[in-house]
Design a protein around this ligand. Structure first.
Ligand SMILES: Cc1ncc(C[n+]2csc(CCOP(=O)(O)OP(=O)(O)O)c2C)c(N)n1
Length: 576
């Protein structure tokens, strides 16, 4: 058939059952927008900053396992996507990014000039290091094959972003093309892992203090159900990384807690003192193990299950790799070991319970003036069972959330992990809510990060999204202020001094979103009831907290993860 390229793109996305595209208009994508509008039922969600489109794509991809799609115009539109593209790359989210480019004849090519066309910018070179692949399109006829290849790469193996840069003049011509078909991900090859399984089973049977560390890879492999079956079979307690927080419900008897730089103290002690660690879909980065990798690996055997061999034995050495798709690993283990009886490590479980009771998260901050954020997060979860999940921004509030959220089995938790990008939560909640067909999502943000993409309140209002926004307002950039306390004797340059935040209640009301502010503990319950008065409407709750509250516990640089501040003093600089 003969078809205009932009129409072909609309048909291609439709054939992949893409239900929404996030974009901000610009000249170089107008043909595609028009084709999407005319030819497909795909929901076009117009945001107010391309960075928001890319964060929405990231969230949509993580929740559905299918690529979210973003469109942006050349130049500033394309460069604004970059932070979200990087976030997709680091946190393994499938995302298809299509950027309009100036007409081929307006491009500078190898010329020694900076620019020929208006807004001409080499986005491909910029995006290459943070994508699985980038495509610089130079002929219209190649577009069907490029779309197919890009889509397949995006969803196959470890998911991640791809970018297609498409000159305007190629979008408007006609090509000869077949009707687009649905593209399927590459299937993992069945690998024989029986000897690894045998070795693992032996190790589990011998271990007195076994522990599973569950990470984001379980979600990426869409293997949550298999994981549940697996741990109930092997009967081993489970700690989770930040991005693996939602793989096990808060009330599951095998759940221990959240580990890492700001992890629950009892979970970190368990991680530090276990004798067998089975890491599933987690890369043991500095935020999980602390800087003392040698001490971390001492006195324990570590198995690491990952789909990529490159992710194993980078920092923590001598891990036994099991390189295979995580879902396949779990299925194989269940199939081959179903009949084996794994005894509950009773003494070890009791020890962990005792630690947990000793180091309660809500007691870590000691006496708190006003609202205790850990306590607030517990109550927020108890009142937010209608939500399909939470999106945390980046900062202290993110860590209080990870320490204290009570997630149910069906709730997801997403946050910007590897990129650690402030401004993620609000736009990501839009992608998340659309992924759940406009179901309620809770945003937890700080006053600093919320100001990065605050304009998306308008997208929420226009699309009538039931997003419940919590701003933990400490009137400063808390996580960095805490760092300045530790290493710069409280010189709060640019975090408290020279920083300010507006009244978010007034701002929300200007967007016609109902809003409320609280500052005392006895206001929490009625505020949370108010927040959920109508689960179908957005609402914003501003929670004022003491500016000097820190996140505790925190691993100090060079210290083992079992010794966390405030009870051990930092000895060297550590990244925030
Ligand atoms: C885009 C971006 N800029 C800067 C940082 C560095 N940073 C990490 S946490 C943080 C403070 C966040 O402050 P706020 O949003 O108010 O949350 P709080 O820590 O107070 O809870 C900053 C500036 C970052 N992670 N991302």
């Amino acid at each position: 058939m003969k078809i205009k390229v932009s129409d072909y793109i609309a048909d291609f996305l439709h054939a992949q059952e893409i239900d929404c595209v996030f974009e901000m208009a610009g000249g170089m994508i107008t043909h595609i927008l028009d084709s999407l509008h005319r030819r497909s039922k795909i929901n076009i969600i117009s945001v107010h900053h391309e960075q928001s489109a890319s964060f929405a794509v990231d969230a949509h991809g993580r929740i559905t396992g299918k690529p979210g799609v973003a469109l942006a115009t050349s130049g500033p539109g394309a460069t604004n996507l970059l932070t979200g593209i990087g976030s997709c790359y680091f946190d393994s989210s499938p995302g298809l990014f299509i950027t309009g480019q100036v007409n081929l004849h307006e491009q500078k090519g190898d010329g020694k000039i900076r620019q020929l066309g208006f807004q001409e910018t080499d986005i491909v070179s910029m995006a290459e290091p943070i994508t699985k692949k980038c495509f610089r399109v130079i002929t219209a006829e190649s577009i069907p094959a490029i779309l197919q290849e890009a889509y397949k790469i995006c969803i196959s193996d470890r998911p991640g972003p791809v970018l297609i840069d498409l000159p305007m003049n190629l979008q408007r011509v006609e090509i000869e093309a077949e009707v687009p078909q649905k593209i399927l991900a590459n299937k993992y090859k069945d690998i024989d892992i029986l000897s690894e399984l045998k070795q693992l089973v032996e190790a589990i049977k011998l271990a007195k203090r076994p522990l599973v560390l569950a990470g984001a890879g379980i979600n990426c492999a869409q293997a949550k159900q298999e994981f549940l079956k697996f741990i109930e079979l092997i009967n081993i307690p489970v700690v989770t990384s930040l991005l693996g927080l939602d793989v096990l419900a808060f009330d599951h008897p095998l759940r221990v807690g959240f580990i890492g730089s700001y992890g629950n103290r009892w979970a970190n002690i368990a991680l530090g003192t276990c004798d067998l660690l089975l890491v599933i879909g987690s890369r043991l980065d500095i935020r999980q193990t602390g800087a003392d990798t040698k001490g971390f690996a001492e006195n324990k055997k570590i198995f690491q299950v990952d789909c990529l061999s490159e992710e194993v034995n980078n920092r923590v050495l001598n891990c036994i790799p099991i390189i295979v798709d995580i879902k396949f690993f779990l299925e194989m283990f269940i199939k081959n070991c179903e009949e084996i009886k794994f005894n509950e490590p009773k003494e070890w479980n009791n020890e962990i319970k005792t630690l947990q009771n000793k180091w309660l998260d809500i007691k870590e901050l000691g006496e708190v003036k006003g609202i205790n954020p850990n306590y607030f997060i517990h109550l927020l979860s108890q009142y937010s069972k209608k939500a399909i999940g939470y999106v945390a921004d980046v900062g202290s509030h993110q860590m209080w959330s990870a320490q204290s959220l009570e997630l149910t089995n069906n709730q997801r938790f997403i946050t910007s992990g590897g990129m650690g990008a402030m401004g993620f939560a609000l736009p990501a909640s839009i992608g998340f809510s659309f992924a759940g067909y406009k179901t309620p999502v809770v945003v937890i943000a700080g006053d600093g990060g919320f100001q990065l993409n605050i304009q998306e309140l308008q997208t929420i209002v226009r699309n009538k999204l039931p997003i419940k926004i919590i701003i933990l307002n400490n009137k400063n950039l808390g996580m960095i202020r805490q760092f300045q306390d530790s290493y710069f004797e409280g010189r709060y340059q640019s975090t408290y001094w020279g920083y300010s935040a507006p009244n978010f209640e007034a701002i929300a009301k200007a967007y016609e979103i109902s809003a409320k502010t609280i500052s005392a503990s006895d206001e929490i319950i009625s505020a949370l009831e108010w927040l959920w008065t109508d689960p179908n409407l957005p609402a914003l709750l501003q929670v004022m907290i003491d500016p000097y509250l820190n996140v505790y516990p925190k691993i100090a640089f060079g210290k083992p993860i079992t010794e966390m501040e405030p009870f051990s003093k930092p000895i060297e600089m550590e990244g925030t």
